[in-house]
Design a protein. Structure first.
Length: 144
């Protein structure tokens, strides 16, 4: 038996969200990609911690991983208002929540869920462009 790897889980989450958010997100990255100028909305999934407890006598253990799903939405621009930004931010979160709920069990994990309250930063400037950025913390449990 080998240790569960974050990369495979992170990429699996990203692949699922790419399909689930196909009509909402312009791009979904399975890592902390730089945000291309003006591209919006963008979703990034990145590692946020891991706990590897000792194995039980039967060789099984329970690995606990944390990930951040981060959404970037243009705050305002040509034919794009702050209201459009807020509505898109909410639609992204709802799409992520629905995908998480539908995929709590199975795949390469035993449990997938939101781990705590998400946070929203309304004034992120990237390359001179204003964004709203939401960090959604997820946790994954892998038994094996």
């Amino acid at each position: 038996m080998s240790a569960a790897g974050r990369r495979a889980v992170r990429e699996e989450i990203a692949a699922g969200l790419e399909v689930a958010l196909a009509s909402t997100a312009a791009a979904v990255y399975p890592y902390q990609a730089a945000i291309p100028a003006g591209l919006s909305p963008v979703v990034r999934i990145f590692s946020a911690g891991i706990q590897r407890p000792p194995l039980a006598a039967d060789g099984t253990g329970r690995t606990h991983m944390r990930f951040t799903v981060q959404t970037w939405v243009l705050l305002y621009g040509d034919n794009w208002t702050e209201e459009d930004a807020e509505n898109t931010l909410d639609a992204l979160e709802e799409g992520i929540a629905n995908w998480v709920w539908q995929n709590q069990l199975g795949h390469s994990w035993s449990d997938l869920r939101y781990t705590e309250l998400s946070t929203v930063d309304n004034a992120v400037i990237e390359g001179g462009t204003p964004y709203i950025v939401e960090d959604i913390p997820l946790e994954v449990w892998i038994y094996g």
